[in-house]
Ligand binder design. Structure first.
Ligand code: ZN
Length: 292
């Protein structure tokens, strides 16, 4: 990742999570049409159409460019810090429920954490930091169905069926089905984070299987068909937990476990692209909208 050399004051805010004094930042009252990039790494974070005047003394936005801003509760639990999802640079805090705009969200961002680029000067190819493909693992019942539906998501580069979460090295399908290795049937999703966010993929996961069914999925019963998110970063963990919380608030009794990823064992060749090769549709998975 290419990072800009920061001045002492930029370091104070972006690295040491400081705050610039209110009404002092250069973008506080800026109204021009354009895009706001992360000062440190150049990732586009906010669009001027989402900027509004909150009177608080810092640039305020009611939405971010999807997947580019990470939320982390402050240690005292009172506020939620926002950082650049790419480089971790501190931006400010986010507040919900204040009613400033219909989106009901205020990203309160230090000007010094941002670089504004007017529309006429914005070259997406030059400004966008290209990210390497990322990996996500989900267990949601028979991997044939999860794989089939995940493959249809824009930005997903490949989906592979396999096993994770057990105790035996290189397990076979028969061993996993015998239910004594502890593995779950999982899919390995490789995606382009510049085209699709983990949030979108994780939402899809919760909508193509039933996260409220314990001990199996649909007609497939057994712990190898359990619902589980295996995360590869703390950001993925936080996203999965946030989605589970959202579903619980909607009344879903979610049983999905959230666990650090361990070794992924690819399944036997005849399990890969099962439905594509058969030309049929999954018996065990369908899409059900659960998020707004
Ligand atoms: Zn950044």
């Amino acid at each position: 990742m290419k990072k800009k050399e920061l001045t002492d004051f930029e370091k104070h805010v972006i690295i040491d999570k400081g705050t610039e004094a209110p009404f002092t930042g250069e973008y506080c009252d800026l109204k021009g049409s354009g895009i706001y990039l992360c000062k440190q790494c150049g990732t586009p974070l906010y669009r001027s159409v989402n900027k509004f005047n909150s009177g608080c003394g810092w640039p305020s936005f009611d939405d971010e460019i999807e997947g580019t801003v990470r939320r982390t509760p402050d240690p005292d639990g009172r506020r939620t810090e926002i950082t650049c999802a790419n480089c971790g640079g501190h931006l400010g805090h986010v507040f919900d429920g204040e009613g400033f705009t219909p989106k009901n969200t205020r990203h309160c961002v230090n000007s010094v954490s941002l670089t504004f680029v007017p529309d006429e000067n914005y070259d997406p190819d030059a400004a966008v930091v290209k990210h390497d493909p990322e990996t996500a693992y989900f267990a949601g019942g028979c991997f044939w169905g999860v794989e089939h539906l995940m493959q249809q998501q824009e930005g997903v580069l490949s989906v592979e069926s396999g096993y994770m979460g057990g105790t035996v090295e290189n397990p076979t399908y028969e061993q996993v089905c015998a239910k004594n290795t502890g593995h779950a049937e999982v899919v390995k999703v490789t995606y382009d984070p510049d085209r699709v966010s983990y949030l979108t993929i994780a939402k899809l996961f919760f909508e193509i299987h039933d996260p409220t069914q314990a001990g199996g999925q649909g007609p497939d019963l057994g712990e190898q068909y359990r619902s589980e998110v295996f995360y590869t970063s703390l950001q993925q963990k936080a996203t999965a937990e946030r989605l589970i919380k959202m579903l619980r608030l909607k009344g879903y009794d979610v049983v999905t476990k959230v666990t650090p990823a361990t070794t992924f064992w690819p399944a036997e060749e005849y399990h890969q692209d099962y439905y594509d090769r058969k030309g049929t549709q999954p018996y065990c998975h369908t899409y059900t909208k659960r998020f707004d």
